[in-house]
Design a protein around this ligand. Structure first.
Ligand code: AHG
Ligand code: MN
Ligand code: MN
Length: 336
């Protein structure tokens, strides 16, 4: 893997790594320039949310049946505006949009389909806890035109790049094109993202779990038993959960851990969305040597069947995910 010196900017990193992708077009770099512009704008607004009247809800409800926060809309509009005119995107799928957003004329569509959760962790906006933007990209080689649903309802194995921006104590952009996972930290004094974590790797196993245990009584009994067994003091496990998927995932990526959001009575398919939450993070987890499952098979083996479909998500260090999925499998085959 190509080595980079201290202080490498995201722009330089992308220029040099696109040389490792023979089919890379200039569009990829233009696309990431627009993503980082939107990320800087959202970061600045998040950092001043309390001063800019950006706390609280809009009063509207989105297709997810969730109350839309003002920051959800700001982030959604900022990424759309940054992307739609650049000639690199054919379509956008957003958690905040009922339907696919096609590039409006007179703008010219490009090669890529951009799937995003513009602001993940909305319930944490007013509490100053980490929130973020999650995205993944598909290429659309079906020639000119504005694209259709079949360009979006793809297998996770067709993702060509994925990433997130976590707006926390600092703003960190994490991305992968399949060749390792790398993180860039924003220096707001110069408005530039600098390489801060090169080639992040997940150890085979960790001893931190992340889940909302208030729902534990609603989970598969085999999962309850697996989690109960972890609490044997000699095993040395701890729990961390902040209720922002992007924040919980980033901590687990950097320090190790397994995140689980199983089906509940209220969310029988799980709460998290496949196309713009589970797919991107599963792509990153696997690129870092980890794993991501829906409880039956790898998340990336799934083929999306609708824009906002939900999925159970078990993601993190490979051995932990494999043990958890094996426990669920034994539970399914045990005599009822
Ligand atoms: P979003 O804010 O994009 O709707 O996502 C919220 C998700 C995810 O960030 C987090 O892991 C999960 O909701 C928390 O759900 P609970 O509050 O049910 O634990
Ligand atoms: Mn989300
Ligand atoms: Mn969201």
């Amino acid at each position: 893997m190509r080595q980079f010196e201290e202080g490498t900017t995201l722009d330089r990193f992308l220029l040099e790594t696109t040389r490792d992708h023979p089919d890379a077009s200039g569009q990829f770099i233009t696309l990431f320039n627009q993503i980082t512009l939107a990320a800087k704008l959202v970061s600045a607004r998040v950092n001043r949310a309390g001063l800019a009247g950006m706390f609280g809800a809009t009063g509207a409800m989105n297709i997810q049946g969730e109350y839309v926060q003002k920051m959800d809309i700001y982030a959604n509009d900022t990424f759309k505006r940054a992307l739609e005119h650049a000639g690199v995107i054919a379509m956008i799928v957003s958690e905040e949009e009922d339907e696919i957003i096609h590039v409006p004329p007179p703008f010219v569509p490009g090669h890529y389909v951009f799937c995003m959760d513009p602001l993940d962790g909305s319930s944490n906006i007013d509490t100053n806890a980490s929130i973020g933007t999650i995205f993944c990209l598909f290429r659309r080689d079906a020639g000119p035109g504005y694209g259709e649903m079949t360009d979006v309802l793809r297998s996770g194995r067709e993702i060509i790049a994925a990433g997130y921006i976590v707006y926390g104590a600092g703003t960190v952009l994490v991305l992968s094109t399949g060749l390792g996972v790398h993180a860039f930290t924003l220096d707001p004094t110069v408005g530039e993202f600098f390489l801060s974590h090169h080639d992040i790797k997940l150890a085979p196993a960790a001893r931190t779990y992340s889940c909302n245990e208030a729902y534990a009584a609603q989970w598969d009994p085999a999962l309850q038993a697996w989690l109960g067994a972890l609490k044997e003091p000699s095993l040395g496990w701890s729990a961390r959960y902040i209720g922002s998927l992007v924040g919980d995932f980033h901590r687990n990526l950097v320090k190790g851990g397994v995140f689980l959001y199983p089906p509940t009575q209220k969310a029988r398919q799980g709460k998290l969305r496949l196309l713009y939450e589970a797919f991107p993070l599963a792509f990153l987890a696997e690129a870092a040597g980890g794993a991501a499952s829906d409880g039956r098979g790898p998340i990336l083996d799934r083929v999306a069947v609708s824009l906002h479909e939900r999925t159970p998500l078990y993601i993190g260090n490979r051995e932990n995910v494999e043990e958890l999925v094996a426990a669920l499998s034994r539970g399914r085959s045990a005599p009822s």
